[in-house]
Design a protein. Structure first.
Length: 341
């Protein structure tokens, strides 16, 4: 088998029993055989990432080839990082090719910070015989000196220079995980740019749209949003949320439910001629999300100011007071039936 050059079609999630925190597992992606072409890693919310990889070839019948694997990750000064190779040296009866690994950790400036060849003890995940050849740096963990992008090199040495292995990097301060998602301001408005009156004493509806996972982005389920974290307005931090509708609607007809929320327009602090509205929030699973919607902020010049609102979601304060007979989404109904989300 030649060295793997593909990444998993989806990032595999591994849950640690003790913490139930999300770790990322990825396949090695070539070319990553130099400091300048190191594979950039994504760290899980538990500060860990697991890489399934191989130095050179894995078929015992093939001739070993020179190879070094490089991986990089962002970390903070003071992070106590551990590096652990598992499965390089195979257990008795395994058909895979052994690899005797060496780990080198480089600082952001390219200088070697620490390296290890053989481990003093055999840890869980390594073979009981020969497992000390699985390189490991964890006693003590490495205290990183500066903020920046660090690089790990894995190579094969001695009699066993090629073979498959797992690399576990732990102890990294996880970055704030962010998704950029889609919203629909005034769903049903057929205009390309939504018109908004910054002075209107009404609530503007906005749909947070669901999204399926792709190889380059995770799925987004707006029903997982922490409703009280959602903000919307000129800068995106404005606490203008009134409520979210308890009836979930498939606004864009993609077969997935979307979350429609109502926002107080004056509290959004828009100014005349603004061209975008920003929405921010956080999911129950710890992701931050942001979205931008096109707007044309302009006070209407005509007397009938309801003309700039699509008929099916007129959720203004007057509508809430008198009741929307078509859809029943008024505040009094929500109070009688337990409120929104």
């Amino acid at each position: 088998m030649n060295k793997r050059t593909r990444i998993s079609t989806a990032v595999a999630a591994a849950f640690l029993a003790a913490s139930a925190q999300l770790a990322f597992a990825v396949d090695e992606v070539e070319p990553n055989d130099a400091l300048g072409s190191a594979q950039q890693l994504v760290v899980g919310t538990d500060g860990q990432v697991v890489i399934q990889a191989a130095v050179g070839v894995t078929d015992p019948a093939e001739t070993a080839i020179p190879d070094v694997d490089y991986y990089s990750f962002e970390a903070s000064a003071g992070d106590a990082v551990t590096l652990d190779i598992d499965g390089g040296m195979k257990t008795m009866g395994a058909t895979g090719r052994h690899v005797d690994t060496k780990i080198t950790l480089y600082k952001p400036d390219g200088e070697i910070l620490v390296e290890n060849d053989d481990s003093p003890t055999i840890d869980e995940g390594s073979a009981s015989i020969g497992g000390e050849r699985d390189a490991r740096i964890d006693a003590p963990p490495v205290a990183l000196p500066v903020d920046g992008r660090y690089t790990v090199a894995v190579s094969g040495v001695g009699r066993f220079p090629n073979g498959s292995y797992s690399l576990i990097i732990s102890g990294i301060t996880p970055p704030q995980r962010m998704q950029y998602v889609n919203i629909d301001i005034k769903p049903g408005d057929r205009n390309e740019v939504t018109r908004l009156n910054p002075k209107q004493k009404r609530d503007v509806p906005i749909a947070l749209l669901s999204r399926k996972a792709t190889p380059t982005s995770p799925a987004f389920n707006p029903l997982d949003a922490k409703v009280d974290s959602i903000t919307f307005g000129r800068g995106g931090e404005e606490k203008s949320l009134v409520r979210c509708l308890k009836h979930h609607i498939d606004v864009n007809r993609d077969g997935m439910p979307d979350l429609v929320c109502l926002f107080d327009v004056p509290s959004a602090n828009f100014e005349e001629d603004d061209v975008a509205g920003k929405l921010k929030g956080e999911t129950k699973s710890g992701w931050r999300f942001e979205a931008v919607g096109k707007l044309k902020v302009k006070a209407p010049e005509y007397k009938n100011k309801d003309r700039d609102r699509p008929y099916w979601h007129q959720h203004g304060r007057d509508d809430d007071r008198h009741g929307d007979k078509r859809h029943g989404h008024d505040r009094d109904d929500d109070k009688r039936h337990g409120g929104g989300r």
